[in-house]
Design a protein around this ligand. Structure first.
Ligand SMILES: C[S@@+](CC[C@H](N)C(=O)[O-])C[C@H]1O[C@@H](n2cnc3c(N)ncnc32)[C@H](O)[C@@H]1O
Length: 320
């Protein structure tokens, strides 16, 4: 059985990555065991690790056991095959192990010459306390990929536009797969729609403000996304369509005095969401569980997310 080890990003000691991989694991019917920054994924992990936002890399587990028995672990015939052109990295988790010594030992026990500048295959050794996992890398997150879609790099910038990593994360929490459909009823300049499009998810965005609706169209076009459409109009007056999930970042009131007004607005929005889908991932400026419940939504999971130092957002994964 193929078991992958995924090294999650450090935010919240892996919290964002753990939630993401657990929700995707459920969607792909694939067992996931995640603790701190490590996640083990059985069988079908290859189907979805490539789309993770809060993960650094993933590898196939070749061998695992006690660090003190590395000679025994590497007596496996796999390591006697010629691995010329390999490189090795050590990832230390709660351990004092000497990385250079461990790399040297690995190099002595594997057949073939290393090539650090242009490796043909990369082995990642994860050491946690006294345990070691020897993995062969199958995927790594390219930070330049997300950086290239930073809101300020897009043709049209919106002041509350989501960073692509967060947008991708929200979509992943919905468990939507390529070919399924997403609705963002408050799409701004399309931060969520761009990420959905890149994952092969069909999306529809509704935006009240003509400037932002036009901006969303331009941003989608810039990234070559064709499976998305933008409606310029008021979501509350819009009646079309059923979607596999709603994924959205709600409009925010400009001051705390507007809280009551905003809760009323959100309540109306949540009732209308129910006309279009049975699943929703909703990001908002406050805990909205009570309002969601009143509107018939069952909040499966609620998370709070630090956006920056003084700003927090709540994310609600909801079903009907
Ligand atoms: C928080 S922003 C969304 C930002 C978006 N996620 C992005 O990454 O660009 C919320 C958007 O909802 C829009 N909006 C507010 N009321 C609306 C309504 N009734 N119908 C449609 N859009 C609305 C606002 O114009 C604003 O652009």
């Amino acid at each position: 059985m193929l078991v992958l080890l995924v090294y999650l990003s450090g935010e919240g000691n892996g919290f964002l990555g753990r939630v993401e991989i657990e929700e995707l694991g459920k969607a792909y019917h694939c067992p996931v065991r995640a603790k701190e920054r490590l996640a083990l994924v059985e069988d079908c992990g290859k189907d979805f690790v490539w789309r993770l936002a809060y993960a650094k890399l993933a590898g196939k587990i070749i061998s695992e056991g006690n660090l003190g028995e590395i000679e025994v672990l590497m007596a496996d015939p796999y390591f006697k095959e010629d691995h010329t052109g390999f490189a090795v990295n050590v990832w230390k988790l709660n351990t004092e192990v000497d990385s250079s010594e461990l790399k040297k030992k690995f190099g002595d026990l594997i057949s073939g010459k290393p090539n650090l500048s242009n490796p043909r295959e990369i082995f990642d050794l994860f050491v946690k306390e006294k345990r070691i996992w020897i993995t062969r890398r199958i995927w790594e997150n390219d930070p330049k990929d997300f950086a290239g879609r930073h809101p300020q790099r897009k043709p049209v910038f919106h002041p509350t536009s989501l960073k692509p990593k967060i947008a991708r994360w929200l979509i992943n929490l919905s468990g939507l797969k390529p070919g399924q459909s997403l609705l963002d009823p408050f799409c701004g300049v399309g931060g969520i729609l761009v990420e959905a499009g890149l994952l092969g998810i069909k999306s529809t965005g509704v935006e009240l403000d003509k400037r932002w609706a036009e901006g969303a169209r331009r941003n989608l076009e810039y990234y070559g996304i064709e499976n998305a459409r933008i409606i310029n109009g008021d979501f509350f007056k819009w009646e079309n369509g059923q979607y596999d999930a709603i994924v959205t970042d709600l409009p925010y009131g400009r001051s705390s005095k507007m809280r009551g007004e905003m809760l009323n607005f959100y309540g109306q929005a949540f009732e209308k969401f129910a006309e279009h889908s049975n699943k929703a991932v909703i990001m908002g400026p406050m805990d909205l569980e009570a309002t969601l419940k009143r509107c018939g939504w069952n909040v499966k999971r609620k998370l709070s997310l630090p956006v920056h130092k003084s700003l927090k957002r709540w994310v609600h994964i909801c079903l009907r």
